[in-house]
Design a protein around this ligand. Structure first.
Ligand SMILES: Nc1ncnc2c1ncn2[C@@H]1O[C@H](COP(=O)(O)OP(=O)(O)OP(=O)(O)O)[C@@H](O)[C@H]1O
Ligand SMILES: [Mg+2]
Length: 325
């Protein structure tokens, strides 16, 4: 598997909210309507923008992303619309801009809310008649492109704050899709983890790490403030640090080792429970819990360790200590 941004991996959309979202995506993708994706950082705005392009009749044309937050204001116009030879110092030849490059395909305006106001006016002018002039040019260029936009915050908020032109907003107002943060769709975490393990171990040419049960449960219970991107990075780290090995809870970053509160599925995954008198010595309680889990795992120490989120050595040490009075 190559990490090639032109190759579209099927996005994982297993959770109910993502399945509902994908139903809308499939309905609007083939239509010539502007789609605006709203979602926190790392939720998958770009992967969905590419999916929309792939599901449209323009799929054979180019998909051209432009990050409105990353381009210095002074370079914007030429970045977007290109320039003619001699338009400014250093402009030794005619250069096509992103808009022209997206002809016959899709222009993805990422972080549109960050587009500087003067550029918003120029973008609006282009959208009104699909014509523009390259910087330093005098002839109008016509381009047939489809717009997909992404923003962290709703554009209405940016309008109220005076940072976004309402006339541009009305021009691009089409279908708005909200991508839920990963913490609101834990049902996607297992499948995403599987996909990233396969993809990234192949990419790095290493044997796939194996995940213990407690590790998988911790991944599912974590809130992932950096969303899918953060999960992908975490899995990449595991592929590099634990190739071919079993990943234990202790191999995860500490923030993942102590989930705020276990999910209902997690609690039931832990299965049977034991009762412990509160006055009992901690050591005795630890021992009872260990034996109960060992029993539930039919004496398998490796699985016991995984389930308790400790190393095999810790389990062995406990059992050895209990055996020698
Ligand atoms: N549903 C998904 N299935 C598979 N991979 C996903 C999914 N969503 C996101 N990813 C992966 O997670 C990473 C982040 O996704 P993407 O770049 O699309 O997010 P984004 O919302 O554009 O993030 P940012 O706001 O940081 O630019 C990418 O590597 C992407 O391939
Ligand atoms: Mg992005």
């Amino acid at each position: 598997v190559k990490r090639n941004t032109d190759v579209v991996l099927e996005p994982v959309m297993l959770s109910r909210s993502m399945r509902n979202l994908d139903r809308v995506v499939q309905a609007v993708a083939p239509k010539e309507v502007v789609v605006t994706l709203i979602g926190e950082s790392g939720t998958g705005k770009e992967i969905l923008a590419r999916r929309i392009h792939q599901l449209s009749p323009r799929r054979a044309g180019p998909f051209v992303p432009i990050n409105c937050a990353a381009i210095p204001e002074s370079l914007f116009e030429s970045e977007l619309f290109g320039h003619e030879r001699g338009a400014f110092t250093g402009a030794t030849e005619r250069v096509r801009g992103k808009v022209e490059a997206s002809s016959g395909g899709t222009l993805f305006l990422d972080e549109l809310g960050e587009l500087p106001l003067p550029m918003q006016a120029k973008l609006l002018r282009f959208l009104e008649n699909r014509k523009f002039m390259r910087v330093g040019g005098s002839t109008k260029v016509t381009v047939d492109t489809r717009l997909v936009c992404a923003t962290l915050r709703p554009l209405e908020e940016e309008i109220r704050a005076g940072r976004f032109r309402s006339d541009l907003y009305y021009r691009i107002e089409g279908i708005t899709l909200e991508i839920p943060p990963l913490r609101d769709r834990p049902a996607d975490i297992g499948a995403l983890t599987e996909q990233f393990l396969a993809e990234l171990s192949a990419f790095h040419g290493v044997a796939r790490p194996k995940l213990g049960r407690a590790t998988a449960a911790a991944l599912e219970a974590y809130a992932w403030p950096g969303n899918v991107r953060q999960l992908r990075n975490a899995i990449e780290r595991l592929c590099l640090l634990r190739p071919g090995k079993t990943v234990r809870l202790t191999d995860l970053p500490t923030s993942l080792q102590r989930p705020a509160s276990p999910t209902r599925e997690q609690r039931s995954a832990h299965g049977p429970s034991i009762e412990v008198p509160l006055g009992q010595l901690l050591e005795t309680t630890v021992h009872q819990v260990l034996l109960a889990v060992l029993d539930a795992e039919k004496g398998n120490r490796t699985r016991t360790a995984e389930r308790l989120g400790v190393s095999l050595r810790t389990v062995q040490r406990h059992l050895a200590r209990a055996a020698t009075p």
